[in-house]
Design a protein around this ligand. Sequence first.
Ligand SMILES: [Zn+2]
Length: 447
Amino acid sequence: MASMTTPFQLENTNIIAMEPKFKDGIEYNQITCGYTGPLQQVCPKCGGKMYKHGSRKLNITDTPVIGKPAKWTIILPRMRCSQCKEIWQPELSDIDENHKMTKRAYLDIAQRSLKTTFSSVAEDYLLTKMTIRNIFTDFMQEKEGTMHFRTPTFIGIDEIKIKKIGEVTVITDLEHHTLYDMLNGRNQKTLTEYFMNMPDRDKVLWVCSDMYRPFQKTIGDAMPNARWAIDHFHVVMKANEAVDEVRKRVQDSMSKRERIDTKKGLAYTLKMRERDLAPEDASKLRACRKAERYKPMMQAYDLKEEFFEIYDENPTSKENAQKAFAEWEKKVPDDELFHKFKELAGTVHHFYEQIFNYWDCPIAISNGFTECTNRLIRENNLSGRGYSFDVLRARTLYRKANLNALMKSGNLLIGPVIPENGPVFHMDSADGTEGTAFDPETGEILD
Ligand SMILES: [Zn+2]
C-alpha cells in the first residue's frame, strides 16, 4: 500500500487501517497505524547489538476528524539489547504520552475549554469531563509563566471566604477595573511573599483595602511608594453593624406584642439610608421615634446616618470630613448600649491616616469593582463543588471579560490570543449571576 499522507498524519507512522466504530452510541474513527521511523540498532547503554523484541500498542486520542472523535492505536516496535537486556522503544514527537493524546489534541482541548464547557469538549473527544478538566488545569499551570499582567498603579486588595478553599485574597486593578490576581490565603506571610515578588512593585502608588492590620507592614515593605487608603465601604459598613447591635438589644428587651415591625423588618429598614426609605418604612421609623422604648434605637439610626454623611457631605474636602468626624464622635453617648459606635470611633482613630487618605486619591477608589468580583467568585463556588483553588483562579482570572479589559487598557503584556467574538469563559458578566448552573462533577460554571 502506498504511504497515505493526510492532514492528520503523525510523524514516523503509516496508517494501516481506518474504520468507524461506536462507543455509547457515538460514532468515532478508529485509526490503526504502524511505525516507520528509525530503529535503535546499537544499545545506547553498552553498545551491544539490539534485536526486535515484540511490540507495544499505544492508544491515544486525537483531534476530531470531520466532526468525529478520533482514536489512534499505534503499534510501536520494541528492541532489546543482546548483552545487557536494555529495552528501547521509539518516542513520537507528535504524541503527548503523559496525557495519552496527540500534542495538537492537548492544545485544542485546552483552547476549547477556554471558550466552551468541559462537557461539550468531552463529547467532541469522547473523553470524560474530569479528563478535560485535568487537561485544562495542566495547561493553565504551564501557561502561568507566560502570562503577565502589568502591575497596577492602583491596587485593590480584598478578602473572601470560599467553601472548602478557605480565605482567598483578591487583587484588582482599580484604575482599569480588571482582576489582577488571586492568592490562596491571607496571612501576612502569604501577602508579603507575594507582593515582595511582584514585578514593578515600586510603581504602585495607591493600595485600597479594608481595615486589615497585617497590611500595614506588608504595604510599607513591599510597595514603598504606595499610599494606603481604606475604602469607605468598609468603614460605613461598621456603622450599619453598630445600629444593628443597638436594635437587637432594644428589641430583645421587649415582648413580641410591643415590637414595631416594618414591611421588610426593622433590621433591613435601619440599614437603609433615610433618603432611600419607602414611604411606609419611613412612617414606621417615625412611629419608632415617638415610642419611648425605641428612642435609643432611633438615636443609633441618626448616628449611623450622620456617620455616612461624613463621606456624603464632604466629597472633596478632607479637612471638613475630619471636622465632621470629630463632631460626630462627640455625639456618641457614653451608655454601654452604644459601645459599637465607640468601637467605630476607635477604629477610625486607629486607621486615621488611611481612612482619610481616601480623600487624596486621584481616582474613585471605591472598591465597588472588588466587591463585584468577590460576589461573582463566591456565588460561583456556593454551588460548585469540584473547584480546586487553581481551577477557580484560572477560570476567574482568564475569563474573557477580564482579558478583554486587560487588552484594551494595554495591560496584558504577553498572553494567549483571545478571539474577538465568542466567549472565552461562560462566566463573563459580573452581574446577573443568579440562577447560575454548575456541573456538580467538575465545578464548572455552565452559563
Ligand atoms: Zn546493552
